[in-house]
Design a protein around this ligand. Structure first.
Ligand SMILES: *Cc1c(COP(=O)(O)O)cnc(C)c1O
Length: 376
C-alpha cells in the first residue's frame, strides 16, 4: 500500500487570502483607525453575506455560538427546545446558556438530521421551539418541520453552520425557519478566522438581535437589555471579504475532489456517502463524510480511522462524542440512549475525510486506495 504521506493531511484546510490583499486591507483599516463596532469592513461584509444568503436581514457575530445564544434570546423562548444530539456541542450548549432545557430527539438514519416524526412525540406544554441542524450541509426536512411548528405554534431555529451557500430546490437555506445561524470559523468553507451571523426575514427581530449583540446599548446614555458582546471586528471582517472572493474557485476544486472520491469509493461494500450531485440540493461543499457499515465493510469506523492515521491522514470522527452522552446531560431524561437509538449507532459510523481544494488528485486517490485495500 506504499508509504504514509510525508506531511499530515488534515480533514480540512482553511482558505488563506493573498497577503498583499490583506496588507492593502489592513492599511485601509489603519488609515481609519476604526477597529471594531460596525466600521466600513463590517458594512461591506454584511452586504456580501446578505447577497450570498439572500435573507432580508443579516447580523454579523464574533462566532457562531454567540450568534446562536442571541437567536434563542431574541425569540423569547421558554421551557424546552427540541434539538438533535448529532451536532457540535455549541448547539445544546447555547440552549443551556439561556437557562432552557434541551430535549434531544433522534435522527433520521439517511439524512442524519433530526427526524420530524420523532419531534412530534417529544412536544409538551413546555416546548417553545425546534433547534435543528443541517448536518454536513444536507438540508433538514424543512417542510415537515415547518408544518409541525405551525401546528404547535413553535419557533424554528436552524443551526446552519455547515450550510453556508446551500440551496434547497433553488431556495437559499437561510430562508427557512425563523432564524438561521451560520458559522465563519476557520474550519468552515467560508470563514473570517472566527465569526458567524444570524439570518432572518422578520424586521421586528432586527433591533432585538442588534441590542443583544451589543450589550443592550441603544444610545449614548441608553441601555435597554442585558446584552452580551457578540460584535465582529474589522480585521475579521476584512478576512471574510477576502475569503469570499475565493469560495467560488474553492467550490469548483472541491467538486473535482468529490468526483474522485465518488468514483473510487462508490463500489466499496459498506462505505456510504451522500450524493452531492442531487439536483434538489446545491451542496455547501463543506464536508465529505462517509459512513462505514461494519457488517459489509468488515472493519469498523475506529479501525479505519486508525488505519488512515497510520498513513498520516487525520480524518475526523464527526460528531463524536454524541452530545446527549456528555457528562452534563446525565440527568436529562431525553438524553438516555434508549430514546436515541439511531444517533447512538450513527455516531460510531461516520468519518469526515480530507476535503479541501488544494488536495492533490493523487492524494485523494491514495486515500481511496487505503480504504479499498483495508476492506476484508
Ligand atoms: C462550527 C459549528 C458551530 C459553532 O460555530 P463557531 O463559529 O465555532 O462558534 C455550531 N454548530 C455546528 C454544527 C458547527 O459545526
Amino acid at each position: 500500500m506504499g508509504k504514509p504521506f510525508k506531511n499530515v493531511i488534515y480533514y480540512t484546510k482553511p482558505l488563506l487570502p493573498d497577503l498583499n490583499l490583506l496588507d492593502k486591507g489592513l492599511r485601509e483599516i489603519y488609515s481609519k483607525a476604526w477597529l471594531t463596532n460596525m466600521g466600513n469592513q463590517h458594512k461591506r461584509l454584511e452586504k456580501l453575506v446578505q447577497r450570498r444568503l439572500k435573507s432580508k436581514y443579516i447580523s454579523l457575530f464574533n462566532n457562531g455560538m454567540t450568534a446562536l445564544m442571541v437567536a434563542i434570546k431574541a425569540l423569547d423562548l421558554r421551557g424546552e427546545i427540541i434539538t438533535t444530539p448529532f451536532t457540535f456541542p455549541a448547539t445544546p450548549n447555547a440552549i443551556l446558556w439561556n437557562n432552557l432545557e434541551p430535549v434531544f430527539c433522534d435522527i433520521d438514519k439517511d439524512s442524519l438530521n433530526i427526524n420530524p416524526v420523532e419531534i412530534e412525540k417529544r412536544i409538551t406544554k413546555k416546548t417553545s421551539a425546534i433547534l435543528a441542524v443541517h448536518v454536513f450541509g444536507n438540508p433538514c426536512n424543512v417542510n415537515e418541520i415547518e408544518q409541525i411548528a405551525k401546528k404547535h405554534k413553535l419557533k424554528v431555529i436552524y443551526d446552519a453552520a455547515h450550510a453556508y451557500g446551500l440551496k434547497y430546490k433553488n431556495k437559499s437555506i437561510a430562508n427557512f425557519g425563523d432564524i438561521s445561524m451560520f458559522s465563519f470559523h476557520a474550519t468552515k468553507l467560508f470563514h473570517s478566522l472566527e465569526g458567524g451571523c444570524l439570518a432572518f426575514n422578520e424586521k421586528k427581530l432586527s433591533r432585538k438581535v442588534y441590542l443583544y449583540k451589543n450589550f443592550g446599548i441603544a444610545g449614548e446614555e441608553e441601555v435597554l437589555l442585558p446584552g452580551l458582546n457578540g460584535k465582529l471586528n474589522e480585521v475579521n471582517c476584512l478576512f471574510g471579504i477576502l475569503v469570499d472572493k475565493m469560495i467560488q474557485d474553492e467550490k469548483k476544486a472541491r467538486k473535482r475532489i468529490y468526483k474522485i472520491y465518488k468514483e473510487n469509493l462508490k463500489d466499496i461494500d459498506g462505505i456510504f456517502f451522500y450524493d452531492k450531485d442531487n439536483p434538489n440540493i446545491q451542496d455547501s461543499y463543506q464536508y465529505f463524510v462517509i459512513r462505514i457499515n461494519q457488517k459489509l465493510y468488515g472493519k469498523n469506523r475506529d479501525q479505519l480511522f486508525k488505519k488512515l492515521r497510520a498513513y498520516n491522514v487525520f480524518a475526523r470522527k464527526y460528531f463524536s462524542p454524541l452530545c446527549s452522552n456528555l457528562p452534563y446531560f446525565k440527568s436529562n431524561l431525553s438524553a438516555k440512549k434508549k430514546n436515541l437509538k439511531i444517533a447512538n449507532q450513527i455516531v460510531n459510523e461516520t468519518l469526515a475525510l480530507p476535503f479541501y481544494g488544494s488536495l492533490k488528485d493523487w492524494e485523494v486517490l491514495k486515500i481511496c486506495k487505503i480504504i479499498k485495500n483495508f476492506k476484508k
